[in-house]
Design a protein around this ligand. Sequence first.
Ligand SMILES: [Zn+2]
Length: 321
Amino acid sequence: MLLTTTVGSFPKPAYLVKARNLYARKKISQEELEGLERKATKEIIQLQEDVGLDILVHGEMERGDMVTYFAERLEGFEISGLVRSYGNRYYNKPIVKGRVKRISPVTLEMFQYAQNLTQKPVKGMLTGPYTICDWSFNEYFDTRRDLVLNLAEVIHQEALDLDKAGAKYIQIDEPAISTRPDELDLAIEAMKIVTQGLKAKTISHICYGDFSTIYPKILDLAVDQLDLEFANGDFANLDIFRDPPFSKEIAVGVVDVHSHVIETKEKVKNNIKKALEVFPLEKVYIDPDCGLKTRTLEEAKAKLRVMVEAVKEIKDERGIK
Ligand SMILES: [Zn+2]
């Protein structure tokens, strides 16, 4: 109970940021870059072991943008120049030019590499079909629904591969859901396809938006667990989930990834206690609000240490093993 985890991304070490720039300018080979991505992944697994997290992530050292990473590796996409969205987020927006197909598994190799480094479970990490569609230009399909359902089949194949490889948890991130509540039914239809027949526990991380526009409808999303941010808004959104009661597992964001400030243990304990007033203990997981990639490695580690210590004290106080 109260297992600790993270949403997915970790900050890239300086040597990897430099290597990615050199690779973009064709100054180093793909093999050299991949070697450094593996070195960094190993360090991120070690960091999580040191901190004492229960469920690990591979850290996304090989990924830039969570949508472009997939689009670049799938047939049917071309990649545009830099486009701005969500404030200061710049990315190479994918353009759909034909039916989307998988050429080979996209995430499997890195998942297997990371899982082989640790006895603890490592989550398989996918971007959901709705978010891939929403953050791309569609120049091929007549409707967004046609594109989303095509992408759902592709992400389903990827999820099946992770499942067969023994992933205990598969996370399918859909951050775009809460920014387009009018299309929630479509996102729900697509997720049913993605998670169909999986043995792994399935999770979806959603952020950016106002959860009151998607709750309780979001409980129809075909995953076992939702992973949501709370700390950034100081748990003001918690009341949304009181009525009707939350029926899935929930990973509760208890540290703010947008702030340099390291929360105190008392603050984080208080956050966890607030969550436990609304969500049943046996269904609660504890993690940061969102991916940690915008923090420094030191900040990320410090925030996670406080989080793990806070969980430990709450477990001790309540006699939970
Ligand atoms: Zn997020």
